[in-house]
Design a protein around this ligand. Structure first.
Ligand code: SF4
Ligand code: SF4
Length: 261
């Protein structure tokens, strides 16, 4: 029965655009340490009686999926939702969450609890679910599309068949992301075995600048801006990754040559 449910929910997720689907034992994910100050929690922080964590991954084939819009706030406070009067919209969070909620609705209709959230340690969850390898820039890289995937998770009290962790080292001797980072934020060497949060120097990385009222010069140089507070994040270590690049580019070309109706 649980195998049937898993396949049913996999098909539902596929219909919502999630071509990656895996299941982790909530207790195993809860054992994985995560960096502090990133709003992360174990699955139990979102669903106290969680048994399974369903990991959903979507191919990010259009640059605007990476769009971020933040409000400017004069005191320099971080404009996350929990700061009064501030706004922060990250399009791929919104997109994957909305679609994961549609999957969660089906899970609830089948009689189980289902909670959608982005703030379990998703990259670790994706690796435990057998979907990819934590690359040297700390993104979860998939064999098919490399890091060009965004993740969302659904915690449920259903006990499902768990997937096997991903074991193949997809990076090997490659250091392309380390070399390409313009601020040298990525510490050379493998990601595995490094204390959580120590592989990429958070405040050297350009991405967190987007949440500041006054982003630094690197943000102005490397984040692609569409308006005063709308940009796509620095994607240099993401775009350079050779894993899955060919398939990604093949799809982008295919989708781009189909005219809109
Ligand atoms: S996002 Fe940009 S700044 Fe951050 S680690 Fe990657 S290449 Fe470096
Ligand atoms: S660019 Fe190379 S080192 Fe970096 S994640 Fe991709 S394969 Fe690994």
């Amino acid at each position: 029965m649980s195998e049937e449910l898993k396949e049913k929910w996999r098909a539902e997720a596929g219909g919502q655009g999630f071509e990656f689907f895996g299941v982790v034992d909530a207790a195993e994910l809860a054992k994985v340490p995560f960096p502090p100050h990133r709003l992360l929690d174990t699955p139990y922080g979102f669903l106290p009686d969680a048994k399974s964590v369903i990991v959903l991954g979507m191919h990010i084939w259009e640059p605007m999926f990476n769009a971020v819009i933040t409000s400017v706030i004069p005191d320099g406070a971080i404009p996350f939702d929990d700061v009064p009067g501030s706004q922060y919209y990250n399009f791929y969070y919104e997109l994957t969450e909305v679609r994961a909620h549609r999957v969660a609705r089906v899970i609830r209709e089948d009689g189980y609890k289902a909670v959608v959230d982005h703030f379990v340690h998703e990259k670790a969850a994706a690796t435990l679910a057998g979907l990819g390898w934590i690359g040297k820039q700390t993104l979860c890289i998939t064999p098919r599309l490399g890091p060009r995937v965004r993740w969302c998770t659904v915690m449920t009290d259903a006990v499902l068949p768990y997937d096997e962790p991903f074991k193949e080292d997809l990076c090997g001797d490659c250091e392309m992301c380390v070399q390409a980072c313009p601020t040298k934020a990525i510490i050379p060497g493998p990601s595995q075995g490094v204390e959580p949060g120590k592989k990429v120097d958070f405040w050297k990385c350009i991405v967190p600048q987007e949440v500041l009222a006054e982003p630094n010069e690197d943000w102005h140089k490397y984040a692609k801006k569409y308006s005063v507070r709308c940009c796509t994040e620095c994607l240099i270590c993401h775009d350079v990754c050779p894993i899955g690049k060919e398939e990604h580019e093949r799809r982008v070309k295919e989708y781009s040559t189909k005219p809109m109706a």
